[in-house]
Write a protein that binds this ligand. Structure first.
Ligand code: SAJ
Length: 431
C-alpha cells in the first residue's frame, strides 16, 4: 500500500481496455505499472505516447506518465491489486482460448502477498475466474485462496467485465455501472472498494460466475437483436419494402426498439462472445447460434446484391467505408472490408474505395486493381455508390451531390435518396 493509503496497482495487458484502465486508475492517484509482452508497446507508453487510437487517451497517458503515476514494464511488479486485461480469442471451432489469462495468472503468482486482490476483466467463459484461482493455488500452496478452504482467504479474486464502447472508452470507463463478481462475497467487497476509487457509475456485487455470464449475455443480446434487424432487411428486400421505413414505423410502438440492419456484425466482441455461450451450452443455444449465422450470412448477401448492381451498371463503383463501424479506424473483423475486398477481387478495375481512416488499402486488397480515393474524387468519378459504413463524413454528403447516383445503402444513411427512373432504386435499401 502507498503511504497515502492508495493501492499500488499492476495492469496486465496494455491493449484497448488495459491501457485506458491503467491510465484512469493512475489519474485517481495510485501508482500503476502496466505490463505487456510487446517491448515496443512498453517503450511507447514510457515515452508518454500510445499505440492505439482512442479519443483523449494520448493526453491522459502523457499526463500520468509525466507525473510518475504510470509506467510500463515487461515484468509483473509487486502490487496490492492486479488487474488482468488480456485477449481471450477463440479457435477455428469457436472454442474460447483462455491461455493468455492463465499465462497472466502464472506471471502474477510469484508476486502475491497476503492481502492482495486479483481482478480479471477479460471477456471469459463462465468458470474462468475459478480456473485462474485453481492455477494460483497450485503455484502458491503457501497462500489460502478463496472458496477452497474454510475461513478468511489470503488473496481476493474477482471478475469485473469491461463494458466500454470504442470511441467512448474514457467516458464509459468512469461512468458506466460495473458488475463485480467475487469468488466469495468477501472477494467482491474487496474488489468493490478498489473500483469505487475511480468509477462514478454504480458498482453492483455478485458472484464471479454470474458476472462472467453477464458480460457474455450483454454482447449476445446485441448480436441477437442486430440479427433480427438484418433478417428483416432481407425479408423487406424480398417483399419490395423499405426496411428503414418499416423499422421506423414499428419503433413508434412504445415497447418496440429494433436496431439497425447493416452489412454484418464486426469488431472483436459482439461477433465473438456469443460463441463462448454456445460452447458452454451447445444444446441449449439454438437462438444465439442462429443469430450468429444470420449476421455472418448478411456479408454474403450484400456481396451478391452488389455483384448484381455492378453487372447492371458500367463505370467506376465507389465502396464507402472499410471500418467495422462508424467513425473509427478499426478494420479488424470488418464486414465492410470483407465485402469491398471480395468485390475488388472480382471487379478490381472498377472498385474505388473511400475510407477517411485509411492511408492505404489493407492487405486484403493485395493483387487487385482497386484504388483508395478521397470522397470528392469519388463524387466526381463514380456513378454507383455502395455505402458500407455510416461514417459522419458520408452522412454529410448533401442530396444534390448524390441525387443522380445509383446507391446501394446498406446502412440506411440516406433515406432521402431519390428513386432513379430506369435505375434499381430499391438497392438503396439495406437489402
Ligand atoms: N451494428 C449493427 N447494427 C446496430 C448496432 C451495431 O449492424 O444497430 C454493428 C456495428 O456496425 C458493428 C457491430 O455491430 O459492426 C458491433 O458494434 P457495436 O457498436 O454494437 O459494439 P462494439 O463491438 O463496438 O462494442 C460492444 C459493446 N457491447 C454492447 O453494446 C452490448 C461494448 O459495450 C462492449 O464493451 C464491447 O462490445 C466489448 O468489448 O465487449
Amino acid at each position: 500500500m502507498q503511504a497515502d493509503n492508495k493501492p499500488a496497482v499492476a495492469v496486465i495487458g496494455l491493449g484497448y481496455i488495459g491501457l485506458p484502465t491503467a491510465a484512469v486508475i493512475a489519474r485517481s492517484g495510485s501508482h500503476v505499472v502496466g505490463v505487456d509482452v510487446e517491448s515496443a508497446v512498453v517503450d511507447t507508453i514510457n515515452e508518454g505516447r500510445i499505440h492505439i487510437e482512442e479519443i483523449d487517451l494520448e493526453g491522459l497517458v502523457q499526463g500520468v506518465v509525466s507525473r510518475g503515476l504510470l509506467r510500463a514494464s515487461m515484468d509483473v511488479p509487486q502490487a496490492d491489486v492486479f488487474v488482468i486485461a488480456v485477449p481471450t480469442p477463440f479457435d477455428d471451432e469457436h472454442a474460447p482460448d483462455i491461455r493468455f489469462v492463465l499465462d497472466a495468472a502464472r506471471a502474477v503468482a510469484p508476486r502475491l502477498k497476503s492481502g492482495d486482490c486479483i481482478i480479471l476483466e477479460s471477456t471469459s467463459p463462465v468458470g474462468t475466474t475459478e480456473k485462474l484461482r485453481d492455477l494460483i493455488a497450485k503455484e502458491r500452496p503457501d497462500l489460502i485462496l478463496p472458496g477452497l478452504q474454510d475461513g478468511p482467504a489470503d488473496i481476493a479474486i474477482a471478475y469485473c467485465p469491461e463494458r466500454v464502447l470504442p470511441g467512448r472508452i474514457l467516458e464509459e470507463l468512469t461512468n458506466n455501472d460495473r458488475v463485480i463478481g467475487g469468488i466469495t462475497p468477501r472477494c467482491a467487497r474487496k474488489a468493490l472498494s478498489f473500483y469505487r476509487r475511480f468509477v462514478r457509475g454504480e458498482c453492483i456485487t455478485s458472484s464471479a460466475r454470474a458476472a462472467e455470464m453477464t458480460k457474455l449475455t450483454e454482447n449476445a443480446y446485441r448480436d441477437v437483436n442486430i440479427a433480427f434487424a438484418n433478417e428483416l432487411s432481407i425479408i423487406s428486400d424480398r417483399l419490395g419494402l423499405d426496411v428503414w421505413e418499416v423499422i421506423r414505423l414499428a419503433n413508434r410502438h412504445p415497447r418496440v426498439n429494433i436496431l439497425s440492419p447493416g452489412p454484418g456484425v464486426g469488431g472483436h466482441c459482439i461477433a465473438v462472445d456469443p460463441w463462448f455461450i454456445v460452447h458452454s451450452a451447445p444444446d441449449e443455444t439454438p437462438l444465439i447460434r442462429a443469430a450468429r449465422s444470420v449476421n455472418d450470412g448478411k456479408i454474403g448477401h450484400v456481396i451478391e446484391r452488389a455483384e448484381g448492381l455492378i453487372a447492371k451498371t458500367s463505370g467506376p463503383v465507389a465502396c464507402l467505408g472499410l471500418a467495422f463501424k462508424a467513425n473509427i479506424d478499426d478494420f479488424r473483423e470488418s464486414p465492410a472490408l470483407k465485402i469491398a475486398a471480395a468485390l475488388a477481387q472480382r471487379h478490381g478495375d472498377r472498385i474505388h474505395v473511400v475510407e477517411p481512416y485509411a492511408n492505404a488499402l489493407p492487405a486484403a486488397f493485395d493483387g487487385t486493381n482497386a484504388r483508395l480515393i478521397d470522397l470528392d474524387s469519388a463524387i466526381d468519378a463514380c456513378e454507383t455508390f455502395i455505402v458500407l459504413v455510416d461514417h459522419d463524413l458520408f452522412k454529410s454528403i448533401p442530396l444534390d451531390e448524390r441525387a443522380d447516383k445509383i446507391v446501394y445503402d446498406t446502412r440506411g444513411i440516406w433515406p432521402d435518396q431519390p428513386a432513379q427512373p430506369d435505375k434499381p432504386h430499391r438497392l438503396r435499401l439495406a437489402s
